[in-house]
Design a protein around this ligand. Sequence first.
Ligand code: B12
Ligand code: SF4
Length: 568
Amino acid sequence: MSKGHMIMLGGLIEMWGNGDDHHINGPHTKLSKTFWPSIKRSAGGHRIASHLREEGYDVEVLDFWPQWTRLQIIQFFQQRVREDTLVVGISVMFPFGNILADKEGSIKIKEMLQTIEYLKDIYPQITFIGGSQNLSAIIEYNLDYYVTGYAEHAVVELFKYFKREFNTLKIKQHVVNGKTIKVIDCQNDYPAFPMPNASVKYEDRDYIQPQEVLMIELARGCKFKCKFCNFPMLGVKDDYSRCGESLKEELLDNYNRWGTAHYTVSDETINDSPKKLAKHAKAIRELPFQPHLAGYVRADLLVNKPDTWEDIYDMGLRSHFYGLETFHQPAGKYIGKGMDPDKLKKGLLKVQDWFRDKEAGRGDYNCEIAMMLGLPEETKETFLNGLDWIKNNFPGYSTWVTTLYIAGDDQVQDLGNPSEFERTWKEEDVFREMSMKELTEQADAEKSNPISPYVEGQLFGRGQLKWAHDTMNIWEAYQILSEIINDPNSVRNQISGPSPFFYHRYLTLNKYTIDDIYNKKFGEDGFHQLSDKDVDNHVNFICEYIDKKLGRKKKVKRIHGYEPNLLP
Ligand code: B12
Ligand code: SF4
């Protein structure tokens, strides 16, 4: 007998990184679709579900919910809601952002928001709660409670509160767009870190398929405090890592039950502690199979600590996302990533050689390098020099270029963790805010390089601070980015393989293997960038899941993923 029942709606909408703009999103965009429902499971939804089950509640996760039609959702609720159904949860990872500006996207979002309204009308006895790291990701939904930050401890108090049991629940009132909402602020009131047993236990009713790329947590928080970073927990001093046994158990269980071997790691910086790496490598070496992990790896630490490489390789962490940001030392020093560029470059080449060394029994390796355009002290020339080095020395790997983002004043209040830049730029004498007049004058002067709707939104919308400093301003940064994107010879447009964070798009349907990713580049030997057909197949994958969830025995005929009677 469970203590109560909950339905958790989870699902992501895919985007080409920086929102929904082809011009910005560059080289692998072979799709007519700019966003589509992801075939990735809801990491937070499953984590909270696993935790609540340990507390005695019965929680069923409904994944991929952006793809479900309203009727299907209502059918599901009719089948599942029972007398002890207490709560409907919505797990959200990313804010809607630019999807709302996109016509097709905004129709979808409106449909999702309205579906929640319908469910609330049909089931007034149920409480609707949303959870995400930042309020900005859930605020669009009209919910009874908004839970922000890592929520394991808070959600247990919330459930006791709903059941009128003794509890310590702290509810904060926030006024957003003139409406008062109830917020549970986990970051400050119920810190759920460290979380040594942050394991996720999937269930038969999740219908996990063998090639799926699941999310895994090895630790929470990051030791560092880079000035632009607004990840949830920075400057962590203690050990916030997962217990080795719990990690081993989760990996083994998923392998035995579903055949899972591929994971995205959600950690902010996986290699911030050699001790943690050694612990996790030891646990993983004891497994009867080799998992493959992908995630954020700090390059300067890799370079400084070659003695961690063996552990990193053995734990299957062979797909690295390096947030290098810059090769210009004064810019790097300013943000907290100021390793001597020559040392960094030489070290990176050694890393590449070591991981790719087939003769030594290794060879599995893929990486993506992310660069940030617009840091104080950076000029166009220093930045482009850095990109040239990547092009010449990391051919065939993805490079991601983004512009410096500092949230505008009205956004900062919805961010659980504003970056140091966001908190202090006004006091520090480095940035200033450009006036609208200055911005529009710049726009006129540059008619030859028209701005895209996405950039227009960023420049003239309220979301971002219109920053300027001695060596660059936001407008110039977008102009340089546009030149990089439109230059067929730029590193950003070179042929590569998939980004380490997007393996699910290629592996889930069994079209490619992890060996394809390590060994081939797009265009080689039958290995191709994502096409519209692939996305249709993703939709079909989700539809098969929906059929299973709804207990439909007969295969349902569909056109482009929609049942004929439910065509939009
Ligand atoms: C991995 C990651 C990515 C990967 C995703 C990989 C993949 N394919 O799945 C990549 C690199 C692609 C990515 C991209 C982006 N990301 Co990102 N990403 C993360 C990261 C590091 C981890 C997310 C994760 O899986 N965590 C593990 C799970 C278990 O945690 P969780 O989902 O937060 O769940 C907990 C709570 O939120 C809560 N909770 C969750 N659901 C529910 C439900 C209920 C009912 C309740 C009560 C509680 C609850 O409890 C959970 C357990 O404690 C976070 C930072 C962080 N450490 O959280 C940023 C983060 C999610 N990303 C963020 C952003 C902004 C982006 C981008 C928009 C960046 C950009 N400009 O391009 C893009 C958007 C991509 C898109 N839509 O396609 C922001 C979101 C900010 C916001 N407003 O909410 C975050 C929070 C980082 C930050 N700035 O603080 N990201
Ligand atoms: S940018 Fe990376 S290393 Fe720096 S504080 Fe953020 S998560 Fe940590």
